[in-house]
Each structure stands twice: as structure tokens, then as C-alpha cells.
Design a protein around this ligand. Structure first.
Ligand code: PLP
Length: 379
């Protein structure tokens, strides 16, 4: 059976993690580590499917977390690898636990650093860093741009307290989203212009995430050259923490047609919801790709794919197909591993899709199935 036949036979809705595609991405990331001596960390916020953490830890240096829960997940399932954490602010009780399980803890302000410094300095095995804001980002959507006006993320050069660096071993910036190495070059230029003089005294620089490294047209050569240049110039270790690039194109969402109706055009009601199961479709927004489909009007049969919630805007988009859709037909949405399982919700009492892992040998494994209790326990 080929992949799409296996997927179409599964109970829907379900996410399917594609191990073969994940390994493809991990090999590229490992080659960047090997060519440069840098460290690649999985940003768990994009993809936290810990059933794959043992596999991921075979290829890259570790993970980064947005807070205690993600750090703990990495500690439990990727134990032999580095765990970094960044949060806009830490709670006292969380910080004590983070000190026990993290290798790097990154602060968002000098006031957080001062608040935790005495505790921090009692843990010489943990390294501490500061997130800087170079006030340069090429992200055009404000909700994804950490450098928009009055952003809370990172310390700007005007607020940088150079007399407070005792105990700080690295700097961190995160200003990119789905971007190429050319954007990184321009960003580093600003980072170095503003913060370069401090970098000579640091042990490491973390380039954040948003590097689209595993996309076919990504300029890996340029990334490798930049990492080598920064390492040599400042004598620092370099970390990058992609989320998307680790699991891009490494998963599917399989859904079935529940009904077909008409209002000015043909409308198919699916058993999956954009709002609940792939919220970035509405938030970014973007149009997910579906196997064997085209833009509306390209193939003979065009449908608006709508969802079973009562939110009027819960619509995936308009797609055309070679044959008319029938009730129970399965459609396969691609690139559904990232920012889906970590973001889904049970709005409208929608069931959560099951999660399967399609192993590289073709075996399909049910990882998790959800039910009524999962809805009820969140309320
Ligand atoms: C979101 C985020 C990442 C990962 O970003 P991707 O776009 O998924 O690569 C890395 N670091 C930080 C601090 C982030 O907020």
C-alpha cells in the first residue's frame, strides 16, 4: 500500500506523523551541526510529539522550551540532551524546578535577571542568558513579529545594562519566521552593530528559530558560512532553535466528508475544524495543501470545505478536484505536524483527532486516542 492508501484507511479525524519525512529533516539539521559545530535545538512549541523525541535526540543536540511544562517534557523524554528555556517572565516556584532540569535559562529583562540572580549563581552547572531585541525583523505580520513597536520580547540596546552582565554567559535573539539565510545575514548585521561589543565576552549566541532550513530552496551554504563566521569572530558557541524546520512536511491530517450542501457553490462539511485542529489556517492565515487538489476552478469540481463548528468563519478554503466529492471520501491535508497538535482545542465540544505515527518501515502505530473525558477535563 502506498502512503495515501494507508492514511485513507484510518478512522478520522486523525493526525499522522510521518517518521520518514521527520528523519529527512533531521538529517539536514544534523549536517548543519556537523559542518559548523553549532547546536540545533527543537523548539517544542511547534512540535511536542514526545513519541518521536528518542528519534530526534539521535540527530540533534536537544530542545528548547517556552516554560516549565515543555522543559519537563524534554527532561522526561529526551533526557540525555540539552534543555534550554526562554520565557518572557518566570514564576518563583517554576524557576526552582527549571534550575534542576535545564542547561540554559534565558531571561527577557534585566529585572528578571536581578530577581533570580542569587538563586542562579548558586547553580554553576546551569548557564544564563539574555534575550536581546535588535529592533530588526523582516516579519510582516505583527502578531508574529517580536520587533514590532513596544514589543515585550527582548531587551533593546537602549535598555541594555552593561554593568549587570556578571553571571551572564550568552545572548539570544529570535526575530525570524519561515525565513531564509539571507534574512539571517541582515539580522546578524543589526545584532552585531548593536550588541557586537558584548559578544566578545560571551560563551554563546543563540540565533532563535524561524530558519526554514529544511525547505528545498533554503541556502544551507550561507547559513553554514554565517555560523562559522560568528563562531570565529567572537569565539562563541552558536545555537539555533528551529521548530518548524524540524517537522515541516512531516505530518498529515486526514478528514472525511460528512455532508455536501449548496449555497451559490458546492460546500463540503468535513469532520475536522480549522478553528480546533489547525488554528493557524485562520490565525496566520494560510491555505493548507490537500493531496490531489488544486486552486478553485482549475479541476472540474470546486468545493468550499467547511467545518462542523458553529463559527461562521470556520472554513478551510476553496479547492477543486478531478471527481465530485462524495460523503465519506477522505481528504489528506499535508504539512500538519507543526503548530497543530500543540495548538488544538475542543471549542464547540469538538473531538480531538487521534494521533498516529507512520513508521519508516510502513507500520502505522496509534499513539493516542481522545474522547469525551478530554473535553470534560479541560472545563
Ligand atoms: C517560536 C520560537 C522558536 C521556533 O520558531 P519556528 O518558526 O517554529 O522555527 C524558537 N525560539 C523562540 C524563542 C520562539 O519563540
Amino acid at each position: 500500500m502506498n502512503k495515501s492508501e494507508i492514511l485513507k484507511g484510518l478512522p478520522t479525524p486523525c493526525y499522522v506523523i510521518d517518521e520518514e519525512a521527520l528523519i529527512h529533516n533531521l538529517k539536514i539539521l544534523r549536517s548543519v551541526e556537523r559542518q559548523t559545530g553549532c547546536h540545533v535545538l527543537l523548539a517544542q512549541k511547534a512540535f511536542s510529539s514526545y513519541c518521536t523525541y528518542p528519534l530526534i535526540s539521535d540527530y540533534i543536540s536537544g530542545t528548547t522550551a517556552s516554560g516549565l511544562y515543555e522543559a519537563r517534557l524534554a527532561y522526561e523524554h529526551m533526557r540525555n540532551r540539552q534543555i534550554h528555556v526562554f520565557s518572557p517572565a518566570y514564576k518563583d516556584e517554576d524557576f526552582d524546578q527549571l534550575l534542576k532540569i535545564c542547561d540554559h535559562i534565558i531571561f527577557n529583562s534585566f529585572s528578571q535577571w536581578r530577581h533570580f540572580r542569587s538563586k542562579a549563581l548558586r547553580c554553576p552547572e546551569v548557564e544564563f542568558g539574555l534575550r536581546i531585541n535588535p529592533e530588526y525583523s523582516e516579519i510582516e505580520t505583527d502578531i508574529y513579529n517580536p520587533c514590532f513597536e513596544n514589543s515585550r520580547l527582548g531587551i533593546t540596546i537602549d535598555n541594555f545594562e552593561e554593568d549587570q552582565l556578571n553571571g551572564i554567559s550568552g545572548l539570544h535573539f529570535h526575530t525570524m519566521c519561515e525565513q531564509g539565510a539571507e534574512t539571517l545575514v541582515r539580522t546578524l548585521h543589526r545584532v552585531e552593530e548593536k550588541f557586537g561589543k558584548y559578544l566578545y565576552n560571551m560563551k554563546w549566541l543563540n540565533f532563535g528559530g524561524g530558519h526554514h532550513i529544511t525547505k528545498p530552496d533554503y541556502n544551507i551554504r550561507l547559513l553554514v558560512d554565517e555560523i562559522r563566521r560568528v563562531k570565529e569572530k567572537y569565539g562563541v558557541e552558536v545555537y539555533i532553535e528551529p521548530g518548524e524546520a524540524v517537522a515541516i512536511n512531516a505530518g498529515f491530517l486526514v478528514s472525511r466528508v460528512l455532508d455536501i450542501t449548496k449555497n451559490g457553490m458546492d460546500i463540503a462539511i468535513m469532520d475536522t475544524s480549522a478553528a480546533c485542529h489547525m488554528p493557524d489556517v485562520l490565525e496566520m492565515p494560510y491555505r493548507p495543501y490537500i493531496f490531489n487538489s488544486e486552486e478553485p476552478g482549475v479541476l472540474p469540481y470546486t468545493y468550499r470545505l467547511g467545518c462542523p463548528t458553529c463559527l461562521a468563519g470556520d472554513v478551510i478554503g476553496d479547492y477543486s478536484f478531478r471527481k465530485p466529492l462524495k460523503i465519506n471520501d477522505a481528504l489528506i491535508f499535508t504539512d500538519m505536524a507543526i503548530y497543530t497538535m500543540v495548538k488544538n482545542n475542543t471549542f464547540n465540544g469538538m473531538p480531538l483527532p487521534s494521533i498516529y505515527l507512520l513508521h519508516s518501515d510502513g507500520n502505522i502505530e496509534l499513539i493516542r486516542k481522545f474522547g469525551y473525558e478530554d473535553f470534560k477535563n479541560r472545563i
